[in-house]
Each structure stands twice: as structure tokens, then as C-alpha cells.
Design a binder for this molecule. Structure first.
Ligand SMILES: *Cc1c(COP(=O)(O)O)cnc(C)c1O
Length: 366
């Protein structure tokens, strides 16, 4: 039969009427860029994330880029982040002319290890970007404590973690600024690219808004050099429909995770670890296995969707060779890259599908 890693058609089937109505509303309005739909989504996502300001942008990548720009980070500056993340986290640091400084991860959560951050700080360090990988927040208390003592900004990369919580606080509530992605495969995904930056800082919110539209204010007068980082109304209208269902979807993902936990052996398969005081929203359900590539091949053979997030940590990517890292520089990330495997976890999975994944997986690891 087979089970896909993600089935967006199954999600669309549950929301067809609401989504089609939203699309028609935009078609009738013929208002495509920013405007009332985007403003409404900005208010709704800001409120959901318990932040004062939401700035809709063109992608999660642009959210990180414009956040770095708004914080004035550029040539000569250093930004500390994890190498075990999607490319954009590090790529954006280089794109503003700053230097990414990688710090290894915790083996349990795959998130940046706060105990290693302080040793990486130099007089040029301007910010830390913790990534809430797979839908579980990084250990924010020690990160914020270090940031305060060294006067650093904290940019939460919550591209995989809208709705995740740490000690009762939402992704976005703790850092200086926080970035979401609405790429279609994320837990809150649009009908194309989209993203949002949220913050509780009024001055930063105003700056993000300015930079999103070329730094223009008033029309055709440019205060600063920004870019075209605008979100479009079709994405906003779709996302407003989906946002209402996000908590129910997160709960369904958690139920699926609990099902796997109850039905997979924790001996040969490393199940994801939920750190204390966290609401893991399972954007991905990542297992860890020694013979990963053989198991992935067996899943492929049986039509079970799976993915490796991520096979090569950023410090070993060709484009970052000039940073001077070598194999062995970040051992925890490097071993994770060899062993992690994502299983289907999307909310619409049936128990029969979960059982099929478990059966194939168990026969592949035993
Ligand atoms: C998806 C993702 C991004 C980038 O978001 P896009 O919307 O694809 O540009 C950034 N960081 C992380 C951790 C991501 O997973």
C-alpha cells in the first residue's frame, strides 16, 4: 500500500470549502500583495505567538534575512548558531556579510548545546540563532542568560516550530525576534512560499516593516536599504484558514508520536526525546538508528515515505569551506547526520498507516 511522508491532499480534503472560499475572496478583491488579508494574518499569528508585532514576509529564509538586517548585523560581525539545521539558518548570516560561528548540539534534542555557546563568543559576536529543530524548542533559559550577559540578540529560528512551547512560553515569546516559515510542508503551510517575523520590540517591529518593502517611507523615499520581502494575500488567506486548525493538528501529531512510542521497540530504534517542560509539536518525528541507510532503503522498497533532515551539517558544506571547519569539528552533529530518519507523522495519518510504517520499520531493523 505504502504511506507518504506527508499527504497535503488529505489535509486539503478536510478544508476544501473553507480554503476555496478564501481563495475566491482574494480573487474577487484583486488585492494580491500585503493588504487586509496579510494584516489580519499578522495580528492572528502575533496573538498566537503571544507577540505584539507580526510582519508577514516572503519565506522563512527571508524572515531570517530581514531579522538580521533589522538588527544591523553585517560585515565584521559574528553570529552563533547550530550546524544541524536547514541551510537558510547559516546561509542568511553569510548573505548579510557576517560570519556564522557553529556550536555543536545536544545529542538528545538535536538543538544547540547552551553549555558550548559561551566559549564561541568573541568581541565580534552580535547574536545567537537557536533553531527549534523538528518542532521542539531549544533550551532557551541558559541561552537568554548568556545573551543578556554578553548583550547579544537572540533570533529564534522557529521555521519548524510555530506553536511549540518552553516552560509555558511559546516560540517567539522569549527571543528578541522570531522567524516562522509557511513553506507548504511545514506544520502551518501555505499554497506557496511565505513566512513571518514576530517580536515584542516596538522599534524592531517598525524596522522590520520598513525593510520588508525596500526601506521605503514614504512612497518612493528610501530611509534604508531593504528588499522585497512581502507576503501575498493568497498565502495569508489560506494561512488564516489553516491557523484555526493548527492546535488540533499539533495534538494529532502528538497522538501519532505517542502511537509510535507505544509500538516501536526502544532498543534498536532511538525514539525522539521530549525534554522537560516542552510542548513538542512534531513538525518531524525523527528516529535515530545505527544502520540508517539500510533501513531507509528498506522503507523505500516498501513505499514508506521518509527523509533525512539533514544529511550534511552546515560546517561541512562546500559553500562554508572557507570557515575552516573539518570533519570532527562538531562530532555530535556529525553522528546525528549519519543516524537520523524522519517518519510520517502528519495529522491525517490513520492507525492502519501508522501500523504499516511500524511493521515495515521493525522488520527492517531486526
Ligand atoms: C524551512 C526552514 C527555513 C526556511 O524556510 P523557507 O520558508 O523554506 O524559506 C529556515 N530554517 C529552518 C530550520 C527551516 O526548517
Amino acid at each position: 500500500m505504502g504511506v507518504p511522508l506527508l499527504d497535503l491532499k488529505a489535509q486539503y480534503a478536510t478544508l476544501r470549502n473553507e480554503l476555496n472560499e478564501a481563495l475566491l475572496r482574494v480573487a474577487e478583491s484583486q488585492h494580491f500583495i500585503l493588504g487586509p488579508e496579510v494584516e489580519a494574518l499578522e495580528r492572528e499569528v502575533a496573538e498566537y505567538s503571544r507577540c505584539k508585532h507580526g510582519i508577514g514576509v516572503s519565506s522563512g529564509t527571508d524572515a531570517i534575512l530581514v531579522a538580521l538586517m533589522a538588527l544591523g548585523i553585517g560585515p565584521g560581525d559574528e553570529v552563533i548558531t547550530t550546524p544541524f539545521t536547514f541551510f537558510a539558518t547559516g546561509g542568511c548570516v553569510s548573505r548579510v556579510g557576517a560570519k556564522p560561528v557553529f556550536v555543536d548540539i545536544e545529542p538528545q534534542t538535536f538543538n544547540i548545546d547552551p553549555a558550548l555557546i559561551e566559549a564561541a563568543i568573541t568581541p565580534r559576536t552580535k547574536a545567537i540563532i537557536p533553531v527549534h529543530l523538528y518542532g521542539q524548542m531549544a533550551d532557551m533559559d541558559p541561552i537568554m542568560d548568556i545573551a543578556k550577559r554578553h548583550h547579544l540578540a537572540v533570533i529564534e529560528d522557529a521555521a519548524q516550530a510555530i506553536g511549540a512551547e518552553y516552560k509555558g512560553k511559546r516560540a517567539g515569546e522569549i527571543g528578541t525576534v522570531c522567524c516562522f516559515s509557511f513553506f507548504p510542508s511545514k506544520n502551518l503551510g501555505g499554497f506557496g512560499d511565505g513566512g513571518m517575523v514576530v517580536t515584542n520590540d516596538d522599534a524592531l517591529g517598525a524596522k522590520l516593516r520598513l525593510l520588508r518593502t525596500h526601506g521605503m517611507q514614504p512612497k518612493y523615499y528610501y530611509k534604508q536599504i531593504g528588499g522585497n520581502f512581502r507576503l501575498d494575500a493568497i498565502q495569508a488567506a489560506v494561512l488564516r484558514v489553516k491557523l484555526k486548525h493548527l492546535d488540533a493538528w499539533s495534538e494529532a501529531r502528538q497522538r501519532n508520536a505517542a502511537w509510535y512510542r507505544a509500538h516501536l521497540p526502544n532498543t534498536s530504534i532511538g525514539l525522539p526525546v521530549e525534554a522537560p517542560d516542552r510542548r513538542h509539536i512534531y513538525n518531524q518525528f525523527m528516529i535515530r538508528i545505527a544502520q540508517r541507510d539500510q533501513v531507509a532503503a528498506a522503507l523505500k522498497q516498501a513505499g514508506i515515505g521518509h527523509e533525512i533532515y539533514y544529511p550534511v551539517p552546515l560546517h561541512l558544506q562546500e559553500c562554508f569551506a572557507d570557515l575552516g571547519y573539518k570533519p570532527g569539528s562538531m562530532p555530535v552533529s556529525e553522528s546525528a547526520a549519519l543516524e537520523v530518519l524522519a517518519l510520517p507523522i502528519y495529522p491525517e495519518l490513520t492507525e492502519a498507516q501508522l501500523a504499516e510504517v511500524a511493521t515495515v520499520l521493525k522488520s527492517a531493523v531486526l
